[in-house]
Design a protein around this ligand. Structure first.
Ligand code: NAG
Ligand code: NAG
Ligand code: NAG
Ligand code: ZN
Length: 459
């Protein structure tokens, strides 16, 4: 992946600018005969965009499970303010497949599809070692180079607050105390916001360049009650108030127009029901093929099957293909309830757009489950509805929001939907970082950011 080229990198221009300041100060001291440091004129002589801060800063905020459209449920004056004064993905941000929390947060952070960053699901088994990944922090699971590592490796300061993967030590990033609190959902959202804001009160040369903050709402409410429940509306309103707290804190410090605030989510949410009308039962395929439960790594929203053939079975690939063929035959027979809402693939045969094959960690057989459907072993007579995500990232219900505000984002600009793997390069461009290889386009930042040094209407 070609590196994004700055016309003038922020660092170089800052050096040039500092030389200018030194020269100006020297001139002032000779003419005025003072010590030459007049902070008033110093400030005025600084060119936009850096009035108060002396460098670009990015504050990224993830609102877990903020489905695109939630912002129309209720008044969201703070998100609306960022949208009207910033740049928005008009029809939402496209998640990566599977549209789950850990794969998506880590795609946002690394610019890589899950097959390349290794977090292929929230929970999975390594087929070679048999070890189970379940949101653990051992570095071996977490491939690629997330933004906080890129920043640390290149001498910038990062702060993470509960961002999935950020507690994993990697490169120059050690998850330093005071800059990387340990995940604890009991910490109120207010405290998270205030803690992140407090970093702006540090001495100038200690202010972080990159801050990444995580809110677990409105995901929790969406799962518990389903996206259409009024309690989700309350959660959306609460998240908006937290964004308001961020804005207020930045305004108080007179840096609201300078800090690049990016508000986004990881995926959407759709109503799910544990009931026959919305379920597909694996045991219903038994007349065609019996799938042992031990083969099934995950039922839904992604059906993942790792056949456990005897070691001496040859052509396991062909056997897997037979399983897929038999399953699809059953599902399309018209005799399996809701069979038309499940399609099974060898992972290599999944639609290219999903980029979900190039990892030994992805189970060999993947079933794409229809929107809002569930897959279960057999009937349970349950009757309960809730919310879930993880489905095909092409579904509108799996989309989330993206809005960027700050010096490099145009006011009131709408951009077409894009995949979240593009965000890594955008942040790297703003911070003047050399991006690690990733799946975003090196040209993308130009389509969404103002050129470096461009001026922007303030009031
Ligand atoms: C999580 O935060 C709560 C509230 O501050 C605290 O009481 C608790 O000890 C913390 N848990 C862990 C594991 O640190
Ligand atoms: C469902 O599966 C469980 C576990 O295999 C079995 O014990 C139970 O009898 C099955 N129920 C039905 C209705 O087939
Ligand atoms: C994604 O990026 C990785 C790292 O550069 C690369 O190996 C892989 O081929 C890319 N995949 C796609 C689909 O672009
Ligand atoms: Zn999530």
């Amino acid at each position: 992946m070609a590196k994004t080229k700055h016309v003038l990198s922020p660092k170089v221009s800052l050096i040039l600018f500092n030389i200018f300041i030194v020269a100006a100060t020297a001139a002032a001291s000779t003419t005025a005969g003072t010590n030459g440091f007049d902070s008033q004129s110093f400030k005025i002589s600084r060119p936009w965009p850096f009035k108060k801060l002396n460098k670009p800063v990015v504050l990224m905020i993830s609102c877990d499970g903020f489905r695109f459209g939630y912002q129309f449920k209720t008044d969201t004056p703070n998100i609306d303010l960022l949208i009207s004064r910033g740049t928005e993905a008009k029809h939402g941000l496209i998640s990566v497949f599977p549209t789950m929390t850990f794969p998506n947060h880590y795609s946002i952070a690394t610019g890589l599809y899950p097959a390349y960053h290794g977090i292929i699901m929230n929970k999975f088994t390594d087929p070679v070692t048999g070890e189970v990944f379940n949101k653990g922090l051992q570095p071996k699971w977490w491939l690629g180079e997330p933004l906080w590592v890129t920043a640390a490796n290149q001498g910038l300061k990062a702060v993470t607050y509960f961002w999935p993967g950020s507690e994993v030590p990697k490169g120059s990033w050690t998850c330093p105390e005071g800059y990387c609190p340990h995940f604890n959902l009991s910490i109120p959202l207010e405290e998270r916001v205030d803690s992140v804001l407090s970093h702006f009160d540090r001495p100038e040369d200690e202010i972080p360049d990159l801050l990444m903050l995580y809110f677990d709402e409105p995901d929790q409410s969406g799962h518990n009650y389903g996206p259409d429940d009024p309690r989700v509306t309350i959660a959306v309103s609460r998240v908006d108030k937290m964004i308001g707290r961020v804005i207020k804190g930045l305004k108080k410090r007179e840096i609201f127009d300078e800090v690049h605030v990016i508000v986004l989510g990881d995926h959407g949410m759709v109503t799910n029901c544990e009931c026959d009308e919305k379920a597909i039962y694996i045991d219903d395929l038994a007349d065609w093929i019996k799938i042992p439960s031990a083969w099934i790594q995950s039922y839904s929203p992604v059906l993942a099957i790792s056949p456990q053939w005897d070691k001496n079975v040859e052509n396991q690939g062909e056997k897997n293909a037979e399983v897929v063929a038999k399953m699809n035959e059953a599902l399309s027979s018209g005799k399996v309830k809701n069979g038309e809402f499940l399609k099974v693939y060898l992972k290599e045969k999944l639609p290219e757009r999903l980029h979900y094959s190039e990892s030994y960690r992805i189970p060999p057989i993947i079933g794409m489950v229809g929107e809002g459907l569930i897959v279960r072993k057999n009937r349970t007579n349950a009757q309960v509805c809730y919310g879930d995500h993880g489905y095909d990232n092409q579904l509108f219900s799996m989309r989330t929001i993206f809005v960027g505000h700050g010096s490099r984002f145009s006011r009131g600009k709408k951009v077409p939907s894009f995949e979240n793997v593009q965000i890594y390069n955008v942040v790297a461009e703003i911070l003047g970082l050399r991006p690690a290889p990733n799946n975003g386009s090196s040209l993308f930042p130009r389509s969404i950011l103002l050129p470096f040094g461009a001026t922007r209407d303030l009031k």
